[in-house]
Write a protein that binds this ligand. Structure first.
Ligand SMILES: *Cc1c(COP(=O)(O)O)cnc(C)c1O
Length: 449
């Protein structure tokens, strides 16, 4: 079995048997360069053959410790047992009928789970889609229809996807938006309470940032024009920024007072990643709408908008949908993933991962002034790299550190507005030994810089 299949049965070890990339990956990379658009770049020059638990194995037999989870997707691990068994069973029954033509139970069951699991005990409904960007697009459609207002407020450092509307909602020019405009109108960007980089210091950050947001929406956008405020409760691509405590509750209160919908984009933070089912729970936020994707289905493409029934029901019949949204195989996978999260208590597991990782990262930060800050929550942790003694971002050192990790068999991702954040997103089912070994590799790589 272990010779043939990935998933939980894959040997859980770091193993380097060729140079990186090896000959198999180099040959495939040449084919990729000839056949795949250059715009699709890759973090590591190796091609995957199998993956499971806490490792990704390449076509040359090298095995990497996985600190990326395919960008926060495989929280339950690759090819998790319940995901494979449920999706396989569904594959043999039917692969597609279209939920808009003849619906099926799995779609409804996923929506029932979303109503149970997402924050708030109000009546909720959901709409299923294929990707995170599509979920955000639909959340905006629904918010505009319900409020009969058009403006959408988003934040500095925010990321919401790569379609035209969601590129407009995203903050960062390169690589996400550059050259792809024009973008949709009625998008307004406001400051984010980013403690590490708040000019007057982290103590005043929540209050001052919230005051600026309120002023900008009131004076520039107009509360009567604002349909929604859209925010990631912990920012992902922006650099794993945890907004200063108190900031988001203030924004949510302001939104409620003025009939503006508060939309939480939990596409990266959702489904146990931050140590709770959803990151909003940390400060008791109850969003009107919530978007989910990534971790929801153990690697199969599925996304959702979940929200207050009266808002979700606003649009006319036929106004929402899509050919593949809520594909039956993806729904079966989601039910298997959710079952796994419950059975293994993955929110608790994410907190344990933080308990193990944060002290090690903090110790590294004390030793290496290159690390300006350790931050994040649960199994969504990061280090921000700066020129020692300053807060000047050091993207070159970040890239060098990532490459040094990759060469040693640790799969890590970088991120951030300034390209100077190394983020850690291990599968929540990763073994403790691998987690420790991954941190050892990181320490070794840091020592070489
Ligand atoms: C990844 C991500 C998206 C986009 O999801 P896709 O499935 O890539 O379209 C949107 N919002 C956040 C917060 C994300 O992390």
């Amino acid at each position: 079995m272990t010779e043939l299949f990935g998933g939980p049965s894959l040997p859980q070890e770091r193993r380097l048997v060729t140079e990186i990339p090896g000959p198999g990956s180099r040959a495939l990379m040449a084919r990729k360069q000839a056949a795949v658009a250059d715009g699709l770049s890759t973090v590591m020059p190796v091609f995957a053959r199998r993956a499971g638990g806490g490792v990704v194995e390449d076509v040359d037999g090298n095995s990497f410790i996985d600190f990326g989870s395919g960008i926060a997707v495989t929280g339950v691990g690759n090819s998790a047992e319940a995901v494979v068994s449920r999706a396989t069973a569904q594959l043999t029954q039917f692969t597609h009928t279209c939920a808009m033509v003849t619906p099926y139970e799995g779609y409804v069951e996923v929506c029932e789970e979303l109503a149970r699991l997402t924050p708030g005990d109000h009546a909720k409904k959901s709409l299923l889609l294929n990707s995170g960007a599509e979920a955000v697009e639909n959340a905006v459609k629904i918010a505009r229809y319900h409020t009969r207002r058009q403006a959408v407020v988003v934040f500095d450092h925010g990321y919401h996807g790569r379609t035209n509307l969601t590129m407009g909602l995203t903050a960062k020019d390169m690589p996400y938006k550059h050259g792809f405009g024009p973008f949709a109108p009625e998008i307004y960007r406001v400051p984010l309470a980013y403690p590490f980089r708040w000019l007057t210091g982290p103590e005043n950050c929540a209050e001052e940032a919230a005051a600026q947001v309120v002023e900008q929406i009131t004076k520039q956008v107009g509360v009567g024009n604002t349909a929604a405020i859209l925010v990631e409760p912990v920012l992902g691509e922006g650099g794993f920024i945890v907004p200063a405590r108190g900031f988001l509750p203030r924004i949510a209160d302001f939104a409620r007072e003025h009939g503006i919908l508060f939309i939480a984009d939990e596409i990266q933070t959702g489904f146990c990643r931050t140590g709770q089912w959803f990151a909003c729970e940390d400060e008791g936020l109850v969003p009107d709408l919530i978007t989910t994707a990534k971790g929801i289905a153990g690697g199969l493409p599925l996304a959702a908008v979940t929200g207050r029934s009266e808002i979700m029901d606003a649009a006319h019949p036929g106004g929402l949908g899509g050919t593949y949204g809520g594909n039956p195989v993806a729904c079966a996978a989601a039910l298997g993933a959710i079952e796994t999260m419950r059975e293994l208590d993955l929110p608790a597991r994410a907190r344990e991962i933080e308990g193990l990782m944060r002290p090690r990262l903090t110790a590294l930060a004390e030793r290496y002034p290159l690390i300006g800050e350790v931050r994040g929550r649960g199994a969504m942790l990061a280090i921000e790299l700066v020129k020692p003694g300053t807060k000047e971002p050091d993207p070159a050192a970040t890239a060098a550190l990532a490459a040094a990790c990759h060469r040693r068999g640790l799969l890590v991702l970088t991120t951030g507005t300034y390209g100077n954040v190394m983020r850690f997103l291990p599968p929540l089912v990763i073994g403790e030994d691998l987690l420790r070994e991954g941190l050892d590799v990181l320490a070794e790589a840091l020592a070489t810089l």
